[in-house]
Design a protein. Structure first.
Lengths: 114, 118
């Protein structure tokens, strides 16, 4: 089945620093989504991307749909303690014309040191 | 609409017992998905419905698992003869598939049901 490679697996950063994480696939995707998950909760949608090259912001978060359609990036600027959590990329493979369910990466665990 | 609701939030059961979980999706959404998440992993797809039709089941969904969405609204996921390996967070999500473009929007997850099989 489809697999997404998400990196890094974990990050420890100082409050105020910027964060970058990415996700790659071996096949073409037509949708990329980024989620944040807090302990004991379901993933919460942060940003959705629907077109190759698209760059979308949500507050301090910016995500890009890679031009090759096989990758996506998420940046968090000026991190704060509440950014702590696990960030997941998810993508919908191009095959199946919208009938293929989302595939998830294994997550990036972010820790922010005050 | 308050988003996707799942019930119960936590379930502890003895091995061999049957359990049933419920999901109430966002009312305007025509698609409903079940995912399973184990510690340190991303959610893994189990099955999904478009309205009341179950369109796809993953190989993770053994014969002991069954899902229904009888009226195209809420859905139930039943696990029969639970095993310790079934312990996981079971997540439900809903989305809207646009009939024209076929694109899927608004993949929204519930808070999940954490199952512990002892």
């Amino acid at each position: 089945g489809q697999q997404l490679n998400q990196s890094p697996q974990s990050m420890f950063i100082q409050e105020g620093e910027d964060v970058s994480m990415n996700c790659t696939s071996s096949s073409i995707f037509n949708t990329w989504l980024w989620y944040k998950q807090d302990p004991g909760e379901g993933p919460v949608l942060l940003i959705a991307l629907y077109k190759a090259g698209e760059l979308t912001s949500n507050g301090r978060l910016t995500a890009q749909f890679g031009i090759t359609r096989k990758d996506s990036f998420l940046n968090i600027s000026a991190s704060i303690p509440s950014d702590v959590g696990i960030y997941f990329c998810a993508g919908q493979p191009l095959e199946g014309s919208g009938n293929t369910p989302l595939v998830f990466g294994k997550g990036t665990r972010l820790s922010v040191i005050a | 609409d308050t988003g996707v609701s799942q019930d119960p939030r936590h379930k502890i059961t003895k091995r061999g017992q049957n359990v049933t979980f419920r999901c109430d999706p966002i009312s305007e959404h025509n698609r409903l998905y079940w995912y399973r998440q184990t510690l340190g992993q991303g959610p893994e797809f189990l099955t999904y419905f478009q309205n009341e039709a179950q369109l796809e089941k993953s190989r993770l969904l053994s014969d002991r698992f069954s899902a229904e969405r009888p009226k195209g609204s809420f859905s139930t996921l039943e696990i029969q003869r639970t095993e310790q390996g079934d312990s996981a967070m079971y997540l439900c999500a809903s989305s809207l598939r646009a009939s024209g473009t076929g694109k899927v929007y608004g993949y929204t997850f519930g808070s999940g049901t954490r199952l512990t099989v002892v």
